[in-house]
Design a protein. Structure first.
Length: 321
């Protein structure tokens, strides 16, 4: 039976209790939404930075390296802040589970699937995470209000994503059904991770991010050593810089912001940043990689912003109007 916390609130037994309820939405401020935008910016850099690194650094080594770089960065900050990392098995079991469902499993699945599914189709399929999060929340966990407005927002965001990526992304669906189902399983895993992450709300977000990333980097290190043999690689300076920047910005800062947003905004609103990442990622790809601007970017951006607004506006504010 779960124990309650008292005094310092350091007891960790409560993490096994039911999911904590969402904080009062009326308490949200512009700072909360600034954090959501910052998270979207951090994770939007993933695609262009990976593009720069992967030509000379294989995927397994790349993911392991960026995770270990991110973990080292966060542990250094924790040491400077004087924050102690939990050493009990229960905490590390939570960190490991969160990392497996939020990163290791879905990223490996998506990496494999991209061998068979075009990038545009992958983006569209991966953008269904907010819809799965809505369904899981409304039908199973019910830990926060899952309104029809949020569902409409998730659908609008998906429509905007399809327009930005291109209507051609809808063609060819079903030709590689196994790989496409695998991507959907990865997005369901992402959705479950945003809900499971609420169980870590009693820990400092930086501690959770550091512990999760350390586990993720170490679990992929043996396959990296056996399969890729990193000592035989000759990565370019651009690839090394991209991997380092991605470790610090996308992985370390991004994952830390992710847990902050979960605690302050809840799962459904936090998932809305997935749609913001699409136009931001496109913009970064244009600037860093010289890719062309999608013809439907403007209309797609309007739908994305409408969807994000519907998913993030607190219901209390609508009732006051």
């Amino acid at each position: 039976m779960p124990q309650s916390t008292s005094g310092t609130g350091r007891t960790t037994a409560s993490v096994a209790s039911p999911l904590p309820s969402l904080p009062a939405t009326g308490a949200r401020s512009w700072r909360d939404y600034a954090l959501l935008l910052a998270l979207a910016c951090c994770w939007s850099s993933t695609y262009p930075l990976a593009k720069l690194a992967l030509p000379t650094i294989p995927p397994i080594t790349f993911i392991s390296a960026r995770s270990l770089i991110a973990a080292a960065f966060l542990f250094a900050i924790l040491w400077m802040r004087g924050i102690r990392v939990p050493t009990d098995a229960k905490a590390w079991k939570l960190f490991a589970t969160q990392q497996l469902i939020n990163s290791t499993f879905p990223f490996l699945i998506i990496t494999w699937s991209q061998l068979y599914v075009p990038a545009s189709n992958t983006v569209v399929l991966a953008s269904t995470t907010p819809i799965f999060a809505f369904l899981i929340t409304s039908l199973i966990t019910r830990h926060e209000p899952a309104t029809l407005l949020k569902l409409a927002g998730a659908i609008l965001g998906l429509a905007g994503t399809i327009l930005i990526v291109g209507l051609d992304a809808l063609r060819g669906f079903g030709s590689e059904i196994v790989a496409e189902i695998a991507i959907l399983l990865a997005t369901i895993s992402f959705a479950c991770a945003t809900i499971f992450g609420l169980r870590l709300s009693e820990y400092d977000p930086m501690v959770v991010a550091a512990g999760s990333l350390l586990f993720g980097g170490l679990i992929l290190l043996p396959p990296s050593l056996i399969i890729d043999q990193p000592w035989t690689l000759q990565p370019t300076s651009t690839a090394i810089i991209a991997t380092t920047v991605m470790g610090i910005v996308s992985s370390a800062l991004g994952l830390m912001l992710f847990y902050v947003c979960l605690g302050r905004l809840g799962t459904l609103t936090t998932n809305a940043q997935g749609y913001l990442r699409i136009p931001i990622g496109v913009g970064l790809s244009v600037l860093l990689l010289g890719e062309s601007v999608p013809s439907n970017l403007a209309l797609g951006l309007v739908l994305v912003m409408a969807g994000v607004a519907a998913m993030t506006v607190p219901a209390e504010r609508l009732k006051l109007r």
